[in-house]
Ligand binder design. Structure first.
Ligand code: ARG
Ligand code: ZN
Length: 860
């Protein structure tokens, strides 16, 4: 096994012994020999003899001076430079050389195709120069970039462009200055040759902002949606939070090689092109939705993240949980609020609950971290956002806003902690949030058990709620949490709802004047990230689905009904037909189709069976074969029983020209559902009909809907449409990612040959994370039939690949290993196969810190 890597603990946080107030950076850009000169003004903050330990990785040190004099470091290692005998205040000059063209990890400065760009969060700046690479060191940056003028006409960095000029040798240079002090993780640099879309925005107080969107040549027409989204986000943040943009220019650059979604560098966001580029022919409604939400997310970071940043990386949720919450609020205001909430509940149930149940369980504010990149997690981000949402529910919209105002008033320009945030909320509202803070320190998924007693004589309903959080790998003891628990009581006369405050292990709540025994719908609006245990009759679920007021519980009642039936069928392997179990389901679907909810997107979601991942979260030991079989039986049954209705929905699709409007997108969601069932209906004319939909499609949403339906139902039409699709799009990188994913998620037993041939495709490259994710993500995470083959071949395929990928790009490898980490939740046979593969990884002498942390935690 590779050298043990060190962990960091929150408890060990100490303020830095030195800080840096100003930095002057000069970049002389070359593919393999980029020279970086960093001149920093350093000030001692700790005791006189304090040593200065600068972070640095993959650097060649060329020169080092203190106040102009050469300096010999006390110590130089692979990761640090230690200096001693330093004055109280001095100028430190460091000259390093780096190799961006060979930087396949995509951290620090690297080349994405022909473009130089940076990714410094969390700890990438140390791959650029020796520095105090920690967020509580905030400096003002002045940046000079020198590069070939012909190849790199655009030279960008943070803040304002202050000077530019030409050199005699064909190079040119620019100087950027950022007036705001910032941590180095927000530093950015871009050099390339782009098409640039420009626009203007005037803030509420009259500041003129130039908006600039940089995209690959020839992609200008795909930038308009992102630019429009940016303006919406700017306006929304002024209206809802009173927050304005603070520089004269806001730049967004789209690049092809990027580890994550996007990055909020001050004034210069760098984006995965996938979250920028869209037009009707090449992007789906979901792409449009995601672009709007990621653009907004990065924009909102300017206040929640940049103006007020994190003291240390354990506090990551301070900016990410809060900013995800803000982007969700924004998305809900832009489109279908029900859909946004349902999507989010799904993320929590499919992925966050799984993280809690596995070896990487951690609180939203982790306490021990080996590789920070491993904690850009669904827990920190999405559960973090749920925690903010609960706070808002607790304090009310007005109270929450007061808390936000106080937070900015107190901490603008500072690097702070989650406690500082909660304190601002508490002080602004005069409330005590001590117990609430447990949400930050306690990991795991709380389970709330609901019991009800109805007293007809007194027209009284008593609800007994009890909470219990099972131990997690990182933390054995759990305490009760304050849980806002929304309930809606639905009876034949109507419904009433209330948010109950559950804060003890067990509490009783009494409802008076309850005329008849109601159906009890739990967790209205998905009011807390918890699991609910409740015995509930099919008839009550149907009542909630049809008569409930809260969109989330209506959808959730359908999910529960489907789940209960799928589990029943899964446990009884002698049944190979869904006949006996699906009466209630038929009734539900019939009623939904007869009197559908107004929001077509809600109907579409209500008609969708829970995913394999959601179902498996409901079992202690996942019954892979049973779940796959039962789910399929029920799909087929519903497809056939309502075949004419699906057919009719497909036939009656509106045939307007494509526009990304909420109304059209919601309708297309329903069309997707109908096509999915139609594909499974076994109607003789189904294929012809689907082919027709494919042919008359003027947009990617509809096209992909046909392909997905055919793929899931295993229709032969799938192959012919896929080759047609490839012919059409083989030059288009982003669209081909969809094609790769469709192949990789096709349900089948043996994927070895298939994966092999996808990786031989000219568009594939192991260096491009989007390609890697487009193939291996769907295979390992959305193709249970192929991945969970009982003989372990799926696990082996993934591991073979990870062994290669880890040395190219550890961050991406570390994300892809996730499905193997859950091995303890599978049957013994699969467990053994998965464990074997984890052991193969563990035996690697050169395993990255990223994979090392996950694999050792899993095998513990
Ligand atoms: N702060 C970015 C965001 O908007 C995420 C960047 C994380 N990058 C990384 N390599 N860990 O969420
Ligand atoms: Zn973020």
């Amino acid at each position: 096994m590779s050298q043990p890597h060190q962990s960091m603990r929150l408890a060990d946080y100490r303020p830095p012994a030195y800080t840096i107030t100003d930095v002057d950076l000069t970049f002389e850009l070359e593919d393999h020999q980029t020279r970086v000169t960093a001149v920093s003004q350093v000030v001692r903050q700790g005791e006189t003899q304090a040593v200065l330990e600068l972070d640095g990785e993959h650097l060649t040190l060329l020169a080092l001076t203190v106040d102009g004099e050469d300096k010999t470091p006390e110590q130089q290692t692979d990761t640090a430079l230690v200096l001693t005998d330093l004055p109280e205040q001095f100028e430190l000059k460091v000259v390093t050389e780096i190799d961006p063209a060979n930087n396949t990890a995509l951290e620090g400065l690297y080349k994405s195709d022909g473009t130089f760009c940076t990714q410094c969060e969390a700890q990438g700046f140390r791959r650029i120069t020796y520095f105090l690479d920690r967020p509580d060191v905030m400096a003002k940056y002045s940046v000079k970039v020198i590069a070939d003028k012909h190849k790199y006409p655009s030279l960008l960095s943070n803040g304002n462009l202050v000077e530019r000029g030409d050199l005699d040798d064909g190079r040119h240079w620019v100087r950027w200055q950022d007036p705001f002090a910032k941590p180095c993780y927000l530093f950015a640099l871009v050099a390339g040759d782009f098409d640039c879309l420009t626009d203007r925005y005037t803030t509420g107080s009259g500041r003129e902002v130039a908006l600039e969107l940089y995209v690959d040549k020839g992609n200008r027409h795909r930038g308009y949606h992102a630019l429009a989204s940016l303006k919406k986000a700017m306006q929304w943040d002024e209206q809802v939070y009173g927050l304005e943009y603070d520089l004269g220019v806001y730049m967004v650059v789209a690049v092809d090689f990027f580890n994550m979604g996007a990055m909020e560098n001050k004034g210069l966001n760098i984006f995965n092109a996938k979250f920028v580029l869209a037009d009707a022919e090449s992007a789906t409604d979901d792409d449009y939705f995601n672009i709007e939400s990621v653009i907004a997310h990065e924009y909102f970071h300017n206040w929640t993240g940049n103006r007020v940043t994190c003291r240390d990386w354990f506090q990551l949720s301070l900016k990410e949980g809060l900013t995800v919450f803000r982007d969700q609020q924004f998305s809900a205001d832009m489109a279908s609020p029900a859909l946004v909430r349902i999507k989010q509940a799904r993320v929590i149930r499919e992925h966050q609950f799984a993280e809690d149940a596995g070896p990487m369980a951690h609180p939203i504010r982790p306490e021990e971290v080996m590789e920070m990149n491993n904690f850009y997690s669904v827990t920190v981000y999405d559960k973090g956002a749920e925690v903010i949402r609960m706070l808002q529910r607790l304090l009310g919209q007005g109270g929450f806003r007061k808390g936000m105002d106080l937070y900015f008033e107190r901490h603008d320009g500072q690097a702070v902690t989650c406690d500082d945030f909660v304190q601002a909320m508490a002080d602004a509202n005069g409330v005590d949030l001590e117990q609430f803070k447990r949400w930050y320190s306690q990991s795991g998924t709380p389970q709330v058990t609901v019991q009800s007693e109805y007293d007809a004589k007194h027209q009284q309903l008593i609800l007994t709620l009890s909470q219990h959080t099972p131990p997690t790998q990182d933390q054995a003891d759990k305490q009760p949490l304050p849980i806002p628990f929304g309930v809606e009581l639905v009876d034949e006369h109507g419904s009433r709802s209330e948010v109950l405050s559950l804060s003890e292990s067990e509490q009783r709540f009494c409802f008076d004047h309850v005329a008849s025994n109601p159906a009890i719908a739990c967790l209205t609006g998905f009011s807390a990230p918890v699991k609910v245990k409740q015995t509930i009759a099919d008839s009550d679920l149907i009542r909630i689905a049809l008569k409930g007021q809260d969109d989330f519980v209506r959808w959730d009642a359908c999910q529960t009904l489907f789940s209960q039936h799928i589990h029943q069928l899964a446990e009884d392997s002698s049944r190979n037909s869904s006949e006996q179990v699906s009466e209630a389901l038929s009734e539900l679907i019939a009623e939904l189709l007869k009197s559908p909810p107004e929001d077509a997107a809600l109907l579409a979601e209500m008609l969708m069976l829970p995913s394999f991942d959601t179902l498996s979260q409901q079992q202690d030991i996942v019954n892979v074969d049973g779940l796959l079989r039962a789910r399929k039986l029920i799909v087929t049954r519903l497809a056939q029983e309502f075949a004419t209705q699906w057919q009719q929905l497909v036939d009656e699709r509106p045939k307007q020209d494509y526009a990304y409007t909420a109304e059209q997108a919601n309708w297309r969601r329903l069309l997707d559902r109908a096509m999915f069932y139609l594909a499974h209906s076994e109607l003789p004319e189904a294929e012809t009909q689907l082919q027709q939909v494919y042919q008359d499609s003027d947009n990617m949403t509809q096209t992909l809907g046909v392909l997905t339906g055919c793929q899931q139902a295993n229709l032969s039409l799938f192959d012919s449409l896929m080759s047609d699709f490839e012919q059409l799009w083989r030059k288009d990188s982003l669209v081909m990612d969809k094609w790769f994913s469709l192949h990789a998620s096709r349900p089948q037993d043996d994927m070895a040959g298939q994966l092999e041939s996808l990786m031989e495709h000219p568009m594939y490259s192991i260096n491009n994370p989007n390609k890697v994710r487009a193939i291996w993500g769907p295979f390992a995470m959305r193709n249970p039939q192929a991945f969970h083959q009982a003989d372990g071949r799926g696990y082996r395929l993934l591991t073979d690949y990870l062994l290669n990928l880890d040395s190219v790009n550890p961050q991406v490898a570390s994300r892809l290993v996730t499905p193997l980490l859950a091995f303890k939740r599978f049957d013994l046979g699969r467990q053994q196969h998965m464990r074997q593969q984890l052991e193969r990884l563990a035996e690697q002498a050169t395993l990255s810190r990223d994979l090392y942390e996950k694999v050792t935690r899993a095998l513990k």
